[in-house]
Design a protein around this ligand. Structure first.
Ligand code: GLC
Length: 565
C-alpha cells in the first residue's frame, strides 16, 4: 500500500505554516505504525509554487521552503531504515516559466534551439494575435500565452495545458528526452525507489496541433465520460428518474484529444523503464494518466513500460454496487491482461476527498472542487460512513492500493475554506467559477490540543484549518476502538497477513443486487449498499467498517469474515 504525502500539508518542522521534509522525517514512524509499504511524495523541488510545486524551476534540487537536498537524503535513509520505499513525483509535461530553460528560450530568437525545448508557435492572423489553436487549459482559459519581445512588441505564443506559468515541453525534441533521463538518474542515484509520473498521458501532442473541441460532458483531465462522485439521490427512492437517450445508451466514443494519450508517449516510457531496470532493487514507475477506457490505460503498463497506473475509473465510480462490480471486473481484466497489478485509489490531492464525495448528490468533475456555494453539499455523517465502507472494500482487493494523507483520519473536504485563502490556479483561471482543489489540501491534524493541531510548532498553516477538526486529529483516534485510523490500521495489517494484495477475487453468488460480496483467498468481503440490514452469514468477523452486533450488516457497511475452509 502506497501512502501519498503532500509535503506542504503533512508536517511542518520550521513553524512557517508550510510543511517540509524535516517534518516528514519526524512523522515517518507514524506511517510505519499505520502499516504502509511506501510513501509517494508530491513535488518538493525548487518552484515558485504557482501550482503547489507542480511548476518545477529546478528538477534536481529541493525548494528552500521544503528543506535541502541533504534533508532529502536523510528522508530516504530514515524511510529505508523503517522499511518504507520512497516514490517521488516527476513532472515532465511542463516546467515552471521560471526554469532557466524557459528563461533562455524567452531570451533566444524565434527558431533557436532554446525555443525548440518548448512549444512556441506564431499566432494566427495578420498580426498573429489569435492563439495558434483553440485548446483550453485544464485550469480554464486558453492554453496559449503570448510573449513580449525585448523591444516591447508582441512575439510568439507558447503552449501551457495547465497554468500560464507551466509551459509544455516539446517531447519530440531529443534534447528534452536526454535531460529527463539525467533527472531520473539523479534521483535514482540518491536512492529514490521510483517515480509517480505527472500527466503521463500528455507529453506528446498530435502533429500540427490541430483544433479540438471537447465533448460537453468530458472531465477536465482525460476526456472521461464518467461523472466523478455522482451518488444516488438520497431521497429514499434511491434512484434518479431519468430517461436515457439513444446517445447515452450507445455513446460515440469521444475522439482522443490531440494533447492526451497520443501513441508516441509509449516510447518515452520504454526508455525510462530500461533505465530504472538497470538499477538494483525494485524501482517503479507509476503513471498518472487520466485515460479511459481501462483497457486503453493498460497500454501504459505493458511489460516494458510503467509498472503501475492510477485507476481513476475506480476513483470516479459512484457508490453503487453494479458500477463498483463492473469497474472492478474491468480493472482486473485490463491490468491482468497486460501482466500488471491492478491499482485502487479513492482520494488524492486533485479530487474532493472521498469522505465527502461519496455523499454528493450531484456530479463533481475532477479538479472542480467544492465551496460554500456549491450545490449538492454532502451529509458529513453519511459521507464518512460510506468512505469507511469504501476503504474497507478497496483494501480487500487484489493489487496495489493508494491512500492520500488524511483519509486515514476520515478527513472530509474543507468546503467552507474562506475564498480569500484559496490558492489553486483553477479558482483564479475560472474567475472563481470552480473552487478548485484547496479543500482537499488543508494541513492535516495530528494533535487535538496543539496549535495548528500539531501540523507544526506554531499556529501557522498555509491554508486555514477548520475549527472543528480536533476529533479528526491522530491523537484523538489512536487506540480508540472503531476510530477511522484504527480501521485503516486493522485493514492494512489483515491485508498483509492474508496477502490480499496478491490474491484472487471471486464474486460470491446469492446476495441481493446492491450487496457486493466476494472472496479473496481466506477472506470473505461483504459490503451492504442497500438501505436495509442484511443477515450476516456465519463466520469469524475479522473487520467491520462500523460497530456491528455480529449477526446483521447495516447499510453502508463493509465486513471481512474468515472464509470457511
Ligand atoms: C497533475 C497533478 C496536479 C497538477 C497537474 C499539473 O494532475 O496531480 O496537481 O496540477 O498535474 O502538473
Amino acid at each position: 500500500m502506497i501512502y501519498q504525502v503532500y509535503p506542504r500539508s503533512f508536517a511542518d518542522a520550521t513553524g512557517d505554516g508550510m510543511g517540509d521534509l524535516r517534518g516528514i522525517i519526524a512523522r515517518l514512524p507514524s506511517l510505519a505504525h499505520l502499516g504502509v509499504d511506501a510513501v509517494w511524495l508530491s513535488p518538493f523541488y525548487t518552484s515558485p509554487q504557482k501550482d503547489a510545486g507542480y511548476d518545477v524551476a529546478d528538477y534536481c534540487d529541493v525548494d528552500p521552503r521544503f528543506g535541502t537536498i541533504a534533508d532529502f537524503d536523510a528522508l530516504v535513509a530514515e524511510a529505508h531504515e523503517l522499511g518504507l520505499k520512497v516514490i517521488i513525483d516527476l513532472v515532465p509535461n511542463h516546467s515552471s516559466d521560471q526554469h532557466v530553460w524557459f528563461q533562455q528560450a524567452l531570451a533566444s530568437p524565434e527558431g533557436s534551439p532554446e525555443r525548440a525545448r518548448y512549444l512556441f508557435r506564431d499566432g494566427i492572423g495578420e498580426n498573429g494575435d489569435t492563439p495558434p489553436n483553440n485548446w483550453e487549459s485544464v485550469f480554464g482559459g486558453p492554453a496559449w500565452t503570448r510573449i513580449t519581445r525585448a523591444d516591447g512588441t508582441p512575439g510568439q505564443w507558447y503552449l501551457h495545458l495547465f497554468d500560464t506559468s507551466q509551459p509544455d515541453f516539446d517531447w519530440q525534441n531529443p534534447w528534452v528526452r536526454e535531460q529527463f533521463l539525467d533527472i531520473l538518474r539523479f534521483w535514482l542515484d540518491r536512492g529514490a525507489d521510483g517515480f509517480r509520473v505527472d500527466v503521463a498521458h500528455g507529453l506528446i501532442k498530435e502533429a500540427g496541433l490541430p483544433d479540438y473541441t471537447p465533448p460537453a460532458d468530458s472531465g477536465s483531465m482525460g476526456g472521461s465520460t464518467r461523472p466523478l462522485g455522482a451518488a444516488e439521490s438520497h431521497d429514499g427512492s434511491g434512484v434518479h428518474d431519468h430517461e436515457y437517450s439513444l446517445a447515452e445508451v450507445f455513446p460515440e466514443p469521444p475522439p482522443t484529444p490531440p494533447y492526451w494519450a497520443q501513441d508516441g508517449v509509449h516510447e518515452i516510457y520504454r526508455d525510462w523503464r530500461a533505465l530504472i531496470d538497470s538499477y538494483d532493487g525494485d524501482r517503479v514507475l507509476v503513471a498518472e494518466a487520466w485515460v479511459e477506457p481501462l483497457d486503453r490505460l493498460a497500454h501504459w503498463v505493458r511489460p516494458d513500460e510503467m509498472n503501475q497506473a492510477f485507476n481513476f475509473a475506480y476513483l470516479s465510480t459512484r457508490w453503487k454496487a453494479d458500477d463498483i462490480r463492473e469497474v472492478i471486473d474491468e480493472s482486473l481484466a485490463a491490468f491482468i491482461g497486460v501482466g500488471a497489478p491492478s491499482t485502487w485509489v479513492l482520494s488524492n490531492h486533485d479530487v474532493v476527498r472521498h469522505a465527502s464525495r461519496l455523499a454528493l448528490t450531484i456530479e463533481n468533475p475532477q479538479g472542480y472542487g467544492m465551496g460554500p456555494k456549491s450545490p449538492g453539499r454532502p451529509d458529513p455523517v453519511l459521507g464518512l460512513r460510506r468512505a469507511r465502507a469504501a476503504t474497507a472494500l478497496m483494501l480487500a482487493l487484489p493489487g496495489s492500493a493508494y491512500i492520500y494523507q488524511g483519509e486515514e483520519l476520515g478527513l472530509p473536504e474543507d468546503i467552507d475554506l474562506p475564498d480569500s485563502a484559496r490558492q489553486d490556479p483553477t479558482w483564479f483561471r475560472t474567475n472563481h467559477e470552480r473552487y478548485g482543489r484547496d479543500g482537499c489540501r488543508v494541513p492535516i491534524p495530528w494533535e487535538a490540543d496543539a496549535p495548528s493541531y500539531g501540523f507544526g510548532p506554531t499556529a501557522n498553516s498555509w491554508l486555514p484549518q477548520p475549527k472543528d477538526w480536533a476529533p479528526f486529529a491522530r491523537d484523538s483516534q489512536l487506540g480508540v476502538a472503531g476510530s477511522t485510523i484504527e480501521l485503516y490500521r486493522s485493514a492494512l495489517g489483515l491485508r498483509g497477513g492474508h496477502e490480499l494484495g496478491h490474491g484472487t477475487l471471486e464474486w460470491l453468488p446469492g446476495y441481493p443486487a446492491d450487496v457486493i460480496a466476494f472472496s479473496n483467498g481466506s477472506v470473505t468481503v461483504i459490503a451492504n449498499l442497500t438501505d436495509s440490514e442484511l443477515r450476516l452469514p456465519d463466520g469469524e468477523l475479522l473487520l467491520s467498517s462500523e460497530a456491528i452486533d455480529g449477526r446483521t450488516l447495516p447499510s453502508d457497511t463493509t465486513v471481512w469474515l474468515r472464509s470457511r475452509a
